[in-house]
Write a protein that binds this ligand. Structure first.
Ligand SMILES: Cc1cc2nc3c(=O)[nH]c(=O)nc-3n(C[C@H](O)[C@H](O)[C@H](O)COP(=O)(O)O)c2cc1C
Length: 258
């Protein structure tokens, strides 16, 4: 039982960090990563032993659609699973129950779940939203959560806890049409933005082009750009960023369901 299958979609890396801390607390001897973030990372896998830690970022209170599609490729034969919803200090709404329902349908037996906080994708240095999260305290709590999971399994308890969230889930908004831009003066055409893009919408040739229609607005390209040539200043984003910066400035604490 000491193999941990880490299954996650994590464009800006915060979901991954928390999943890793949980695996560490769990005392996993072997950790196998199923990083489904990038377009070429679709695993067609059936898991038959060990424990799964499944992490998703929260987008509009739900699981991002692209992430849902990629997670569907992984199936289990009733192995225990721990669920993680990573959110940007607003709310996680129905994302955890949506992940529970998907995971049950894919053959996982949910024994624990947690909602953790990570820096919001829309956060900037001038308008920070949960900057620095998950911080040392978050990661400590994630590690302790992993220990609690190990104890639960050792005592042969495999029940599914109640968790926050509603069915039917919140309606998923259509975000399409907005994407970060490249400042040609700053851009070195290194191609890093295209490499880290989960939806494969960035093309780099003599200049950088972005197909905004399929952009999921994760902002991985902004974080990866070493020359800070990428920015996301669409008026819709500016407005959201302002609201989130104002209304979500009080740090929330991780919430555990076990
Ligand atoms: C399109 C979009 C919608 C988001 N919606 C929410 C939300 O409803 N609630 C929230 O607290 N954070 C929200 N976030 C922030 C992410 O949940 C947060 O940045 C998360 O840490 C990203 O995970 P990652 O680092 O693994 O990519 C949203 C981010 C994006 C890009």
């Amino acid at each position: 039982m000491r193999t941990a299958h880490l299954i996650y979609f994590s464009p800006t890396g915060t979901t991954r960090k928390v999943c890793e801390a949980i695996a560490q607390g769990f005392g996993a001897k072997k950790v196998i990563h199923y990083d489904v973030t990038l377009p070429d990372s679709e695993f067609d896998t059936i898991l038959t032993d060990g424990v799964a830690i499944i992490g998703i970022p929260v987008y509009a209170g739900r699981i991002p659609e692209l992430c849902l599609q990629r997670l569907r490729a992984i199936t289990a034969r009733q192995i225990p699973a721990v669920l993680v919803a990573l959110y940007g200090n607003r709310e996680f709404d129905d994302a955890l129950v949506e992940l529970r329902d998907l995971s049950v349908a894919k053959g996982f037996n949910i024994i624990a779940a947690g909602a953790f906080i990570g820096e919001h994708s829309f956060s900037t240095p001038t308008q920070p939203i949960a900057t620095g999260r998950p911080d040392a305290e978050d990661l400590k709590q994630a590690t302790q959560f992993g220990q609690q999971v190990a104890t639960k399994i050792a005592s042969n308890h495999f029940d599914t806890p109640d968790m926050d969230g509603q069915v039917p889930y919140k309606e998923r908004p259509n975000f399409g049409g907005k994407a970060p831009q490249t400042d040609v003066e700053q851009c070195s055409l290194c191609g890093r933005c295209a490499e880290v893009c989960p939806s494969g919408v960035i093309a780099v040739a003599d200049s950088v082009t972005t197909n905004a229609e399929n952009c999921i607005m994760c902002c991985a390209c902004l974080r990866a750009c070493e020359t800070r040539a990428r920015s996301f200043n669409h008026p819709w984003i500016e407005e959201k960023r302002e609201i989130l910066h104002k209304n979500c400035s009080v740090p929330k604490a991780p919430k555990i369901f076990i």
